[in-house]
Design a binder for this molecule. Structure first.
Ligand code: SF4
Length: 333
């Protein structure tokens, strides 16, 4: 297997003429690229501007730091590793340059991988992926079609910049396709899980580096989520945790949930921050919390919190506003 490498250099070269106009530029890099921060800064500074690195985690284009950098007179922002979210691209406080970070290496699909995909999925399938692997969708589709598999790729909704692109909070590229199942090109279990829950259809995964084929199994996840909902029924004092980040804030929803809880005689506190963590509840005597920002926080980190941490639709089940089945995944419109 080829060593997995990230290609971030080309994207910086492509914006050279734009960024050399600025004296001070902010930089956001995804968690997986932090060890390369010094090299990235050096490469940008070689082109002219002084670089100021954003220290908060950067999980997506939902997490833009244009506002705080604008407040300290940084002139522009380089945001690496994520595609823009078209619905909020008119509201940046300073110019933002999105630099792609792509896994390099070729996609070599062996015969046994194709055979396994045929065995696990019906003939008509949709391909979905994440930002780092979008450039591999077309070669994969071509290969599948050559093998007699009817493969499709779709555009998504207003949060989505490219065909086939998934976000953990948005599977619109999958929901728009009338297919029998999905092939997720990528690594990790979260994104394919969201596709399985959001569509109710089978999801098979192909690792872009090893071509290993696996199946997404939502059962364990569903057990954990229903246990958290069950524990939430006991709570008397709630927190609704919201984010101030451009692509994660849902203030109308936050206020509606607070009011719904009050109407049912629960005590409730609305708590805002950039990223939410259990320390923010310290000393507040909270029994359970729901989070209106990134649903990944509840799903991946929630089981380690000392109280039940629910997504919005999970709290709506407790409030009697939603059915329990099928499990309602928290998708951002
Ligand atoms: S899943 Fe979370 S981190 Fe990813 S784009 Fe959505 S809100 Fe942002």
């Amino acid at each position: 297997m080829e060593e997995v490498k990230f290609n971030w250099e080309e994207g910086i070269d492509e914006i050279e003429n734009e960024i050399k106009k600025y004296k001070k530029i902010g930089l956001q890099i995804p968690e997986g690229l932090r060890t390369k921060a010094s090299e990235i800064i050096e490469k940008i500074e070689d082109k002219g501007p002084k670089v100021f690195l954003w220290g908060e985690p950067t999980y997506g284009a939902c997490d833009l730091a244009d506002g705080p950098f604008a407040d300290i007179e940084i002139e522009a922002l380089i945001h690496m590793g994520h595609l823009p979210m078209p619905y909020h691209s008119d509201s940046y406080k300073i110019p933002v340059f999105f630099v792609p970070v792509r896994h390099s290496g070729n996609l070599e699909i062996k015969k046994e991988s194709i055979d396994k995909i045929k065995e696990l999925l019906s003939n008509e399938i949709g391909i979905v992926s994440t930002a780092q692997h979008l450039h591999l969708i077309e070669p994969l589709k071509k290969k599948l079609m050559e093998e007699g598999i009817d493969a499709h790729v779709s555009e998504g909704g207003p949060r989505i910049a490219a065909a086939g692109q998934l976000l953990g909070c948005n599977s619109s590229v999958a929901r728009k396709m009338k297919v029998d199942g999905f092939l997720y090109l990528g690594t990790g279990i979260f994104h394919p899980l969201t596709v399985a829950l959001s569509t109710g259809k089978p999801v098979v995964n192909i690792d872009p580096h090893t071509a290993e084929v696996t199946v997404t199994e939502p059962d364990l996840f569903l057990r954990q989520r229903y246990a958290a909902i069950h524990a939430g029924y006991e709570a008397k004092r709630w927190a609704i945790m919201f984010s101030t980040q451009i692509g994660q804030k849902r203030m109308d929803l936050t206020e509606k949930l607070v009011q719904s809880l009050k109407n049912r005689n629960y005590q409730v506190v609305a708590i805002g921050s950039i990223h939410q963590n259990p320390e923010q509840l310290s000393g507040l005597n909270i029994d359970a919390a729901a989070i209106t920002s990134c649903p990944r926080t509840a799903i991946e980190d929630g089981p380690t919190w000392p109280i039940p941490l629910l997504t919005v639709p999970e709290l709506q089940i407790i409030l009697g506003k939603r059915e329990k089945e099928p499990y309602p995944f928290d998708e951002f419109a």
